[in-house]
Design a protein around this ligand. Sequence first.
Ligand code: PXP
Length: 246
Amino acid sequence: MSSNRIRLGVNIDHVATVRNARGGFHPDPIRAALLAEKAGADGITAHLREDRRHIKDSDIERLMAEISIPLNFEMAATEEMLEIATRLKPASSCIVPEKREELTTEGGLDVIGSYNHLKEYIGNLKAAGVSVSLFIDPDPDQIKASKELGADKVELHTGSYVDASGKIREDELERLRVGAKRCGELDLEVHAGHGLNYETVEAVAKIKEFTEFNIGHFLIGEAIFVGLESTINEMRRLMDKGRNNC
Ligand code: PXP
């Protein structure tokens, strides 16, 4: 496998969404994480939201104890999450904007608007040995500010690309291309995620600067029909196809 291979982080939040619909323990998101690991996932992503609507504190603790691949801990830049991240020390954190009323993470973090708060916050995470990613839109100013803040990496929000069609989708893909290139020039590791599916992943995989994709909702939804292992295998195949053709 080429060194240029894109890592696949599987987001298991929505296994917890289904579990929580009835309370109790089934389906268990940690079982899904272990299955994803067996199917070749390179990492597991989980978002502990303030309202605990899907992943719970105990899920994060169990993930840390039970999986062998790195945990990417998605979190808002709050004091509560800082305490949890610095205590549990996941391999990496991904700071996302969070609004109580949103269905999912809408748009990227305003790194420029929260510059001073994030500076100290990122410093605290890094001092605890937690690598830091910032989830941002593919905006050159946000990318530059992320680098200046000392983030280890950024994740570019792919939602606007995925949700668009025709010429607008092409324009959004170009924004991702330009943003990823800018990250490369700044020597800033760059990931991508949000809404990616079989139809949209290949074109993003062709952008050579991307080193990791974090994908959840589509994988978990598709797994209902064909199983998690074959869903991950197909996503992997399309990612490799895109990357080998770039
Ligand atoms: N990356 C980040 C930072 C996210 O917030 C999310 C959604 O939780 C994802 C990736 C995965 O998005 P999706 O579930 O739409 O694949």
